[in-house]
Design a protein around this ligand. Sequence first.
Ligand code: ASC
Length: 150
Amino acid sequence: MKKLVTLILASAAATLSVPAMAQFAKPEDAIKYRQSSLFVMQQNFARVAAMAAGRVPFDAKVAAESAEVAAYMSKLPWAAFGDGTDKGAPTKAKAEIWTDKAKFNEYAEKMQGDMNKLNAAAKTGNLDSIKAAVGAVGGSCKTCHDAFRS
Ligand code: ASC
């Protein structure tokens, strides 16, 4: 029984920690990975934000597809901020990311939550809900950038 519990806990821990401990061959790869995923996320978010701001005509289908991609991409960058990836390629990541991990993780999770809400709002096709959700995501982007991006 004890063995079984240990086994279950060990496999649960492995499942939970694999993405967080994602290993990259070199710091440069981690930096490229997080910048790439943030770029794809931003491109999709900005498309929805432009509709919310009335800069481009609202297209509910495009908004929903873009928000879906943005929400998925928002999960990816964080595994690529491991120790030792503060340098190795040009990066705007501040040292505080690694000295104040609790705050950084809190902001990262807040942004993912807001992005999930935007995804849900975009699925309803309601432009007012999308506008509110875009505002929240924009706020969480900015909060984190102010603290952790130079
Ligand atoms: C974007 C983008 C950001 C955020 C931020 C919102 O489209 O590139 O960094 O939105 O400007 O305040």
